[in-house]
Design a binder for this molecule. Structure first.
Ligand code: NDP
Length: 410
């Protein structure tokens, strides 16, 4: 029996992971489940999956959960912890074999690192671990013999399309011989283009949080849905891919593919292009990474190739999707620039979701934060976290200044 810790089990990726585990209960066990505040959902998950450990980061929520579990004889054995340190402890627990890193945002960084430092198989959905501290994270994976498998559907597709000599033990640094010597010409990272692919800049200014969260092909959490709408999500994925596959910014080309059937491609020097196709459902990459190098049933309907009338591709418009350009710029700048980009974006997206700033301000705030916070070499986690904190402070001030202008104009 393989023990899986699901960090962020109440979220979109976490729920899909539990769905896969429920179908494969002879092989996998949900050993630990974690959430931030969503007691209702974590309690339901505990009732169904009977983990050994449940973590609620929020203390009051943890007390509430503990009380509910205690009152039920089926669940009274479950140990409840609170606080973010408990996430690191779960990721490091000796009894845990696989860690699904599916916490949203920078809050997921520390526990992903703990999994790497303890040599786990890491099923990595949390992008921020690589975006903020790719160098340190990949080094921790290497130094501790962890196995890193990408869950993001695009990176999972690239992983599946890469030459076998680059993926034989997961995406560890040992396997990262130069892409070119392995015959790889380019990584073609596909993007649906999000819900606003055809909207003008003027129309973008007026979109609401609910419109931004209504993704045409994927069902995801609210933060990543907004990132998809601004295409910051694709920018973060470019940075993520650069670390996972030892690729430069020039090695990675973003291609808009609105149907989201091809999840990404690898182009080779002999003229071949290998792609991974499937219905847009996160259970496919999750099941792939859990079963790897084997395959198993995920619950995803088979792709009916005859029903796909068309596969379209186009260039992204960097003038309308400014966040994508900013992410490429941050990757080229290196050091703490991607961490600054990520932190500013988290603050701006939160402010947008709370109805405080317009959609188009997100890119403006990220760009201005990158200008105001000086980047430096990301030599230690301390430096990365300091850059993250500074960027959050600056981005918050910028959000406040936009809110004040809005109030003044009312
Ligand atoms: P959701 O917002 O749906 O879920 C986030 C999870 O993280 C929840 O369990 C939430 O708990 C928990 N969480 C939130 N804040 C904290 C915190 N401060 N400390 C501890 N736990 C916290 O996110 P998604 O599932 O959509 O995304 C998760 C990650 O995977 C993101 O990094 C995203 O970019 C990435 N990803 C997501 C994909 C998708 O299809 N959704 C695809 C590829 C990557 P609670 O419910 O209590 O708030």
């Amino acid at each position: 029996m393989i023990n899986v810790a699901i960090l962020g089990s109440t979220g979109s990726v976490g729920t899909s992971t539990l769905d896969v585990i429920a179908r494969q209960s002879e092989q996998f066990r949900a050993f630990a489940l974690t959430a931030n505040k969503n007691v209702e959902r974590l309690y339901e998950q505990c009732l169904q999956f009977l983990p050994e450990i449940a973590v609620m980061v929020d203390e009051a929520a943890a007390d509430d959960l503990q009380q509910r579990l205690k009152n039920n004889s089926n669940t009274s054995h479950i140990i409840v912890f609170s606080g973010s340190k408990a996430l690191d402890d779960v990721a490091a627990d000796k009894r845990v074999d696989y860690v699904m890193a599916a916490i949203v945002g920078a809050a997921g960084l520390s526990s992903s690192l703990a999994a790497a430092r303890n040599g786990k198989r890491i099923l990595l959905a949390n992008k921020e671990s690589l975006v903020m501290s790719g160098d340190l994270f990949m080094q921790a994976v290497k130094d501790n013999g962890a196995t890193l498998l990408p869950i993001d559907s695009e990176h999972n597709a690239i992983f599946q399309s890469m030459p076998v000599q680059l993926t034989s033990t997961g995406t560890t640094i040992e396997n990262q011989a130069s892409l070119q010597t392995s015959g790889v010409e380019k990584i073609l990272l596909t993007a649906s283009g999000g819900p606003f692919l055809r909207k003008s800049l003027e129309q973008l200014h007026h979109v609401t949080p609910d419109q931004a969260c209504a993704h045409p092909t994927w069902d995801m959490g609210r933060k990543i849905s907004v990132d998809s709408a601004t295409m910051m999500n694709k920018g973060l994925e470019v940075i993520e891919a650069s670390w996972l596959f030892n690729a430069s910014a020039d090695d990675i080309q973003v291609v808009i593919h609105p149907q989201s059937v091809i999840h990404s491609m690898v182009s080779y020097s002999d003229g071949s292009v290998l792609a991974q196709l499937g219905n847009p459902d996160m259970r496919t990459p999750i099941a792939h990474a859990m079963a790897w190098p084997d395959r198993m049933v995920s619950g995803v309907e088979q792709l009916d190739i005859l029903k796909i009338a068309q596969l379209n591709f186009e260039q992204p418009d960097f003038a309308r999707f400014v966040c994508l350009r900013l992410a490429y710029d941050a990757l080229r700048a290196g050091g703490t620039a991607p961490a600054i980009l990520n932190a500013a974006n988290e603050i701006a997206v939160d402010s947008f979701l709370n109805g405080n700033i317009a959609f188009t301000r997100i890119a403006e705030i990220v760009e201005q934060t990158l200008e105001k916070v000086a980047g430096e070499t990301a030599a230690s986690m301390h430096i990365v976290l300091a850059a993250d904190g500074q960027a959050r402070y600056v981005a918050e001030e910028l959000c406040d200044s936009y809110i004040q202008v809005k109030l003044f104009l009312l």
